[in-house]
Each structure stands twice: as structure tokens, then as C-alpha cells.
Design a protein around this ligand. Structure first.
Ligand code: HEM
Length: 235
């Protein structure tokens, strides 16, 4: 392993100075975040079961504070490591070529791969908005589930989500967010599989298609919620 450039003796920090270890950590944390997207989606899709579905889900979750906080701690760790390494790798790549190319050529480079830092930034900024919206519940306080209760006395997550997405501005913010998530995931999954040595020359086209399918599925499944609410299908 190459010595850490800052001379730090801590082996944990040396990992962050090794390019291969950095790529591997980016891949592992990225896959962990995609797994979160799927778990969160299952919870969100319970909205289609009506107030009984998502309100019961919300209440069950919040009746288990140790589980919720352990889950949040894991998620924060994944996010911090992934974002920090993402910024570090981007800055290092920029420093490695200080003079701009006379003509930019992107061989086998896609829109998704070129814009990873920007889609990552959009995801981060709107994630803060999302947490203020649905966890802290300060964006639409008049329909906050912490104060509104359903007929069974449970926090009314259903009304909070439906009344929020009826506002076109809020739905548009989420649409932009999902677009950024899908673009980021499409390159992220593909690149993670390569880093982990799973995608060889032969299997590369298959993994490319798999990454696109994952991104398309995440986009369609998540955007279906604001879309069906705006269309009046979910009321
Ligand atoms: C239509 C799309 C979405 C809906 C309806 C939705 C709904 C919710 C709700 C209701 C909560 C509050 C959970 C609670 O505090 O009990 C929440 C929290 C959260 N959501 Fe989403 N979400 C959506 C998309 C996303 C996406 C795409 C991401 C990630 C990029 C995401 C990440 C999070 C995170 C990190 C939390 C905080 C979890 C926590 O407080 O423990 N959400 N979401």
C-alpha cells in the first residue's frame, strides 16, 4: 500500500490515501445507499394501500426507536464516507490535469459519468430539503404528521405526503431530484460493479443494461408517487 501523502500513521486514514481502497469504499458505500433506496421505496409504496398502509408502517417504525437510530447512524456513515470520497476523488482528478484540454473528448464517457459530482450535489441539497419536509416536517407545517392524526390516532403520514405532492412546485422539486438520482445511480452501479471486479470485458454490456434497469426502476417507482397524486389517482 502506498504511504499516506499526509504522513499519517493511522492505518484507517491510510485507506483514504490509497486510490484502489478509495474506489472500493466509494463502490461499497454507493451500493449500500442504493440498497437504502430500495428499502425506503418499499415503505413509500405502502402509500398505495391507503392511509391504513403508510400510517401503520410509520407507526411501526417509530415504535422501535433503537432500530430507527441504528439505521440512521448507518445511513449517515454511508453518506459521509461516500460524499467525502466523491469530493476528494473529483478534486484529485481535476488537479491531475491542470491545463484544460484543447478539445474535450469523452471516449466511452456518458452524460451520467461526466456529471456525477453535479448530480451528487443536487441529490445532497434536495435530500436536506426532503428531511426538513418529511422528517423534521417544517416545509408544510399545516399538514405535518406529527400534529395531524388519523382516525386510529396514528401520525397521518398519508395526508402529509398526499397534500404535499398536490402542490406542483413540490412535485417538480422531487421530479428533478429523482432525475438526478437515476442519472447518478445509472453510472454508480455500473462503475461499482467494475471496481468490485464483477464486470469483465465479456459481461460488461450485461452489467451496463442492469445498471440502466436499476436506475429506470428507481426513477419510475419513486416518481409514480407524486405523479399519481398530481393526476388525482391517489387522493
Ligand atoms: C416520492 C418519493 C419519496 C417519498 C414519498 C418519501 C417519503 C419519506 C418520508 C415520509 C420520510 C419520513 C420518515 C420518518 O421520519 O418516519 C422520509 C425520510 C427520508 N427519506 Fe424519503 N421519500 C421519498 C424519496 C426519497 C429518496 C429518493 C431518498 C434518497 C435519495 C430519500 C431519503 C430519505 C431519508 C434519508 C430520510 C430520513 C430517514 C430517517 O429520518 O430516518 N427519500 N421519506
Amino acid at each position: 500500500m502506498a504511504p499516506a501523502s499526509n504522513g499519517c500513521t493511522c492505518s484507517c486514514l491510510k485507506v483514504f490515501a490509497n486510490p484502489v481502497a478509495k474506489k472500493m469504499l466509494m463502490a461499497i458505500t454507493g451500493i449500500g445507499l442504493v440498497a437504502f433506496l430500495f428499502v425506503h421505496l418499499i415503505g413509500n409504496l405502502s402509500l398505495y394501500a391507503g392511509p391504513g398502509g403508510i400510517n401503520a408502517y410509520g407507526q411501526t417504525l417509530h415504535s422501535l426507536p433503537p432500530v430507527v437510530w441504528a439505521f440512521r447512524a448507518g445511513l449517515i456513515l454511508l453518506l459521509v464516507v461516500h460524499i467525502w470520497l466523491g469530493i476528494k476523488v473529483t478534486l484529485e482528478n481535476q488537479a491531475a490535469r491542470p491545463t484544460p484540454y484543447a478539445q474535450r473528448t469523452y471516449l466511452k464517457v456518458t452524460l451520467a459519468s461526466r456529471t456525477m459530482i453535479w448530480t451528487g450535489a443536487i441529490i445532497g441539497v434536495i435530500l436536506v430539503y426532503h428531511i426538513l419536509h418529511f422528517t423534521v416536517q417544517m416545509i408544510c407545517p399545516e399538514t405535518a404528521a406529527n400534529t395531524l392524526k388519523d382516525t386510529l390516532g396514528r401520525p397521518d403520514v398519508y395526508t402529509m405526503v398526499v397534500s404535499s405532492f398536490r402542490k406542483i412546485g413540490i412535485s417538480l422539486v422531487y421530479l428533478v431530484w429523482m432525475g438526478a438520482v437515476a442519472l447518478h445511480v445509472s453510472h454508480g452501479v455500473h462503475s461499482s460493479l467494475q471496481t468490485m471486479g464483477l464486470a469483465g470485458e465479456q459481461t460488461l454490456p450485461l452489467w451496463t443494461r442492469l445498471a440502466l434497469c436499476v436506475a429506470a426502476f428507481v426513477f419510475i417507482a419513486y416518481t409514480s408517487i407524486p405523479a399519481t397524486i398530481l393526476a388525482g389517482i391517489v387522493k
